[in-house]
Design a protein around this ligand. Structure first.
Ligand code: ADP
Ligand code: MG
Length: 264
């Protein structure tokens, strides 16, 4: 066994050398351990090894990761106008170093529609991509669909393991649609699987007190919020919608931000 491994390493050294791809050699061993521990498929392992080489080789690796992230539109911190949101400027600036990703800390952006939650979540994703982290963006509803599909096909554990390889997962619009009980449980598993391991950025138009209604269960919601907030930066955006600026409309009919906890 040991001899075979040594032979394989020799062969890899030769192959990586002829491809002029030294990172393949370095990544192959390191990622093999990770792959065995997390039960990646052969394809996932190969993709991960090649990705290391490609992103190291390609100065535009960040651009590839930004494209792969699935942002609805690419937005940056530099594009953000702080006039209406000066209260959170410092807080957001402290996240811009990306240190939260290395500590597997979460970020929760709360606030009414149009206050820049998706913008800032995307901007944090762009920072992560520049730091070499893989990022995936989707709405809460899309995440639940993805997890339900995996669950139905009996590969939920593999899907969660695969997602742990992303340094950042963004869950936009928690609370726009309430979850079914099964969906809430799947979402809980996503949160648990990343807890103290890799970062989540979540956005919601509801305060935490309204999440019980979204997840259809106060106990599940409380357990989830507990894990999310344990190591998290909670940023509360305020004010009128940026989309409606200068249109003579001061506020939307119902922003649902002042919803009260039914258990209160
Ligand atoms: P939310 O997700 O809170 O509903 P978005 O982030 O989608 O709001 O913002 C709505 C639109 O307004 C987007 O095009 C976004 O880029 C822009 N926007 C919101 N707030 C700001 C801001 N402070 N500076 C620049 N653009 C903003
Ligand atoms: Mg949004």
């Amino acid at each position: 066994m040991a001899t075979t491994q040594t032979e394989t390493v020799k062969q890899l050294t030769y192959l990586a050398g002829s491809l002029k791809a030294p990172r393949i050699l370095e990544a192959a061993g390191r990622l093999a351990e990770q792959a065995r521990a997390a039960g990646w498929s052969f394809e996932d392992y190969l993709a991960a090894v090649l990705e290391r080489e490609v992103s190291a080789r390609n100065a535009s690796g960040a651009r590839l990761r930004i494209r792969a992230a699935g942002f609805p539109a690419v937005k940056t911190i530099e594009d953000f106008d702080w006039d209406q949101q000066s209260a959170v400027r410092q807080q957001v600036a402290s996240l811009a170093s990306g240190a939260f990703l290395l500590e597997a800390r979460n970020v929760v952006l709360l606030g009414p529609p149009g206050t820049g939650k998706t913008h800032l979540a995307t901007a944090l994703g762009v920072i992560a991509a520049h730091q070499g982290q893989r990022v995936l963006f989707a709405t809460a509803t899309e995440w639940v669909t993805r997890l339900s599909d995996a669950h139905r096909q009996g590969r939920l554990p593999q899907e969660l393991a695969r997602l742990r390889r992303y340094g950042l997962i963004i869950v936009d619009e928690v609370g726009y649609l309430p979850f079914e009980q099964d969906s809430a449980n799947l979402f809980f598993q996503l949160v648990s699987s990343r807890y103290e391991h890799a970062s989540l950025v979540l956005t919601s138009n509801l305060p935490f007190s309204g999440w019980g209604t979204v997840f259809g269960d106060q106990v599940v919601a409380a357990a989830m919020i507990d894990r999310i907030v344990h190591h998290a930066e909670v940023i509360t955006l305020k004010g009128a919608s940026y989309r409606l600026r200068g249109r003579g409309i001061d506020s939307l009919p119902s922003t649902r931000t002042d919803i009260t906890d039914p258990a209160d």
